[in-house]
Design a binder for this molecule. Structure first.
Ligand code: BMA
Length: 881
């Protein structure tokens, strides 16, 4: 940017304020706030069944009742074995929290004193000194109440009662003329008085169970509580609207909301500072303003020449600006309030243009059409209050390190914390953000709609200055579910045509009108998409030519893995394949249990067909595992190669396909699932594979009809000129063929390389040979790939004897492991059972007599590593006939 330096612009803004009655702000001190984080206690209301829970116990706010109960030693860890099953009573029970509120002197004397709950889960009634203060019914909204009239000078008793969602909703739902289909994971047994309630409540759907998550219906003060106090005037909102951002200039408008107790004159100083290293560029704008009593909306235009823009990871820097706003009294001597915001400047468009394949679906950021590479993110914990910024950073960094540029925040959970999006901004991860709707049809009563509208306004305003947020999407799969899920087809048969019409109309009001309207008005220009998968009502949702698509024939439909290559799509926002988590994670929830039907294990596999589906694909791909540890290893390998198949297929289809978001990046508890990183942050094979198949320049080879067919895919902004070398060797390293060809891959594209037939290769044996493809630029290998000519179970893999040596890394950071094998060792996993280590690469093919170095980091010592080091390869994991 070339902000005129020092740039200074003075604006005199007119106001409709009456010029009379302008009181000076001199008496006004800056707003103050006080965190109400300590001294909290909790108890069950009227529980006689569970010893001790009706007594008061300490609580660490923010929290959920489950984590408080666990800390108090009243329940076992819900994540271990099948403890979950015996903890269902918690969600059926009412709970009470209390603390003593002692406002600090700087708060007590103020004109306005408000109590603010950033999040209450969900049906809460709050009293202060015995007086009703507020009632809450939406987990995703903040709740605010004026407490000044109720405050005593000394101790004040604050109580929060949480009503069980079942107790609140079951009688209401039971009386409805029909029960809307929900997520599909809740029980429905009217004879026993059991009704699904989750989708009638503004709460995170996954709490009621999912096919990767436990049913743990939480309650609690899940976000911080604080007091806000002010006198005459305060800033209530600062937002930078990005009207137009190009390389040449950014045209912006600072939108400022100020609340004033009475009319008066004020000065505004707005400072824009580039956070890019070494620029020191800044601009200031000053404005005089007459404020009315009440809420004042101010708009200050800003212009930045040659702005430092924010780019998604891999396409440029993640430059950002710090905006500081000062509100001062008329002569500028007294600071009345201040606000700060960090923003990133970028243009974003969801480009949907007719073309030869239908209608495009591409995210275009700063005019660059970006192939979205990433994964779906589900809640990071069944108890979201305990997710720390460190855990958020670890997860998002792992995504970025795996060469992802987008994550989809799936709708069945909750909106993440501010820090989550700040980290995404910093790392250059685009966020496809869904409103919190995960599969259930929506109620159509006005109270529900108004509640959601308010939630959407709050969330969109909270997140709109994050450059990472590039899409607001109405819901996950609600539309396709209505079209095609069995329970919904049954439901449609049971109700009358008017009622069917009504349910669909309520859907449209919510996802075509209300949420779209909020995003258009408040979203800062970020596009809105009604449903994933969807076609914006132009077509059937989830089709191959218009809109995004989910593909589950492989895995859920048990279709062969090769069907991934038949997929035609514009953007695949979900496809997934399960694998076991790391063995250490399995041991954490199941101890030494190894029987897949034992409750401790079976409870941590929630897919409808259980472990059978993993077994089915192992039978197809690798054959049976030698033992439990091998089963764990092979399931991870098959998962990784399944997702690799589809990711490479999609990338090779660019620009017809412009996105690959696999299901799913993470877990909310330790579980067997589609995740590539488990609950404890341990990567599965898929996470290592993702780093390779999402690399900026990658080779996507397939063996089909006796031919090696390959695409070279590049996300680079310039053409890449290099040499593609192809070698075919047998598993002992004997080379049968080699060829090299110069190749220039145009910018942002996928290039098909001339196919090579294996028919003419003397001595070729598809069961004993491997192809190795390398793409090098100026002698430096940018991408390499091994390609097999048969299913793993058919390969005649030699019993590899892998030599490993471990030394301190010369850079002093961690260790170097050198792996070597005289014959091919397929998908070598390196592990250190007993302690955690991080590896620069894992699950790699070791070519004969071709040593590979892996960087290892751990807290353990060199001798501990040497003792623990465990190597597994396909040959050692498969049970020999
Ligand atoms: C999807 C998702 C989730 C589900 C996943 C795995 O389509 O939207 O609802 O967990 O499949 O079955």
């Amino acid at each position: 940017m070339n902000l005129r330096r020092p740039a200074s612009l003075h604006l005199a803004l007119s106001s409709l304020a009456s010029l009379c009655l302008l009181a000076p702000w001199a008496a006004s001190a800056q707003p103050a706030s006080q965190l109400i984080g300590s001294g909290w206690q909790f108890r069950a209301i009227a529980d006689t069944m569970h010893p001790g829970v009706a007594d008061w116990h300490p609580s660490a706010i923010p929290s959920e009742v489950h984590t408080d109960l666990q800390s108090a030693g009243l329940i076992p860890d819900p994540f271990v074995a099948d403890n979950e099953k015996r903890l269902q009573w918690i969600g059926e029970q009412d709970w009470e929290y209390r603390t003593t509120l002692r406002p600090e002197p700087s708060i007590r004397t103020r004109q306005h004193i408000e109590l603010v709950f950033d999040g209450l889960d969900t049906f809460a009634e709050i009293t202060l000194n015995g007086h009703p203060l507020l009632k809450a019914d939406n987990m995703f909204r903040a709740w605010r109440a004026d407490i000044r009239p109720l405050l005593h000078s000394g101790d004040n008793e604050l109580r929060v009662v949480f009503h069980s969602p079942y107790k609140v909703m079951t009688p209401i739902v039971a009386k409805l003329p029909y029960i809307l289909p929900g997520s599909g994971y809740e029980a429905y047994d009217p004879a026993k008085g059991i009704y699904p309630v989750g989708h009638y409540i503004r709460t995170a759907g996954y709490e009621y169970g999912w096919d990767w998550g436990p049913k743990l219906v939480t309650m609690g003060i899940w976000r911080p509580v604080h007091i806000e106090a002010w006198d005459d005037v305060r800033i209530t909102n600062l937002h930078i609207e990005q009207t137009s951002v190009t390389a040449e200039r950014a045209l912006l408008t600072a939108e400022i909301d100020v609340e004033a107790a009475h009319a008066g004159k004020a000065k505004f100083n707005l400072d824009l500072q580039s956070l890019s290293e070494g620029t020191g560029q800044s601009t200031q704008v000053h404005a005089d303003q007459i404020l009315d009593a009440g809420i004042n909306h101010l708009r200050i235009p800003l212009r930045i020449e040659h702005p430092h823009r924010w780019f998604p990871a891999g396409y440029g820097p993640q430059d950002r600006y710090r905006i500081s706003l000062e509100l001062k009294n008329e002569n500028g001597a007294k600071l009345l309030d201040a606000a700060r915001e960090t923003i990133g400047l970028r243009s974003v468009e969801l480009r949907r243009q007719p073309d030869q394949w239908g209608v495009s679906f591409a995210f275009v950021v700063n005019e660059i059409p970006i192939f979205a590479k990433g994964a779906n993110v589900i809640p990071m914990d069944s108890f979201p209050a305990r997710v720390t910024p460190q855990r958020e950073r670890a997860l998002l960094t792992a995504a970025r390190d795996a060469n992802m540029n987008m994550i989809r925040m799936w709708g069945g959970g909750y909106y993440q914390t501010d820090s989550f999006y700040e980290i995404a901004d910093e790392l250059g991860l685009m966020v496809w953000q869904e409103f919190a709707f995960g599969g259930g049809m929506v109620p159509g009563d006005k109270a529900f709609q108004d509640n959601v509208r308010q939630e959407a306004i709050e969330q969109v305003k909270r997140l709109r200055d994050h450059p990472s947020v590039v899409l607001w999407c109405g819901n996950n799969e609600v539309e396709t579910a209505w079209d095609s899920w069995d329970d919904r087809l049954d439901f449609k048969k049971k109700i009358g045509p008017d009622q069917r019409e009504r349910v669909w109309r309520d859907y449209l009001v919510m996802f075509r009108d209300i949420l779209k309207g909020v995003v258009a008005q408040q979203g800062g220009g970020v596009p809105y998409w009604p449903s994933s998968p969807g076609a914006d009502f132009e077509d059937k949702a989830g089709n191959s030519h218009n809109g995004d698509m989910h593909f589950w024939n492989v895995w859920s439909g048990s279709a062969p893995m090769d069907d991934y290559r038949k997929v035609e799509t514009r953007f695949l926002s979900e496809y997934g394949f399960q694998g076991m988590p790391d063995l250490a994670t399995v041991r954490a929830f199941a101890g030494s249990e190894e029987s897949l039907t034992a409750p401790a294990l079976a409870n941590h596999e929630r897919f409808i067909h259980g472990f059978d589906r993993i077994q089915h694909y192992l039978d197809q791909e690798t054959g049976p595992a030698r033992d439990f540890a091998s089963f764990d290893y092979l399931s991870q390998l098959v998962q990784a190669e399944a997702i690799q198949t589809e990711a490479e297929h999609l990338r090779s289809q660019m620009p017809r396909a412009m996105g690959s978001l696999y299901w799913q990046l993470n877990d909310c508890w330790p579980v067997v699932s589609w995740a590539s990183i488990d609950y404890y942050g341990r990567p599965k094979a898929l996470q290592y594979y993702a780093q390779r198949f999402y690399a900026p320049v990658a080779i996507a080879p397939v063996y089909q009809d006796g031919q090696i067919q390959a695409h070279i895919v590049s996300d680079r902004l310039e053409p890449v000129a290099g040499t593609l070398r192809l070698r075919i060797m047998d598993f002992t390293g004997h080379q049968l063929a080699e060829s090299s060809q110069p190749i220039t891959v145009p910018a942002l594209s996928s290039l098909a390389v001339a196919p090579l037939s294996t028919g003419s290769i003397a001595g070729f044996d598809p069961l004993r040979d491997v192809a190795v493809l390398d793409f090098a630029v100026d002698g430096k290998t940018l991408a390499s790939h091994t390609l097999y000519f048969a299913k793993t179970r058919e390969l005649k893999l030699p019993d590899a004897s892998i030599e490993a040596s471990v030394e301190l890394s010369p850079d002093g950071k961690g260790y170097l492991v050198q792996l070597k094998s005289s014959t091919l060792a397929r998908a070598v996993q390196i592990a250190t059972p007993g302690f955690d280590s991080t590896f620069s690469a894992n699950f790699i093919d070791l070519l004969p007599n071709h040593p590979v170095e892996i960087h290892l980091q751990t807290k353990a010592s060199l001798s501990q590593i040497r003792t623990a080091l465990k190597l597994t390869s396909v040959a050692s994991a498969i049970r020999k006939p």
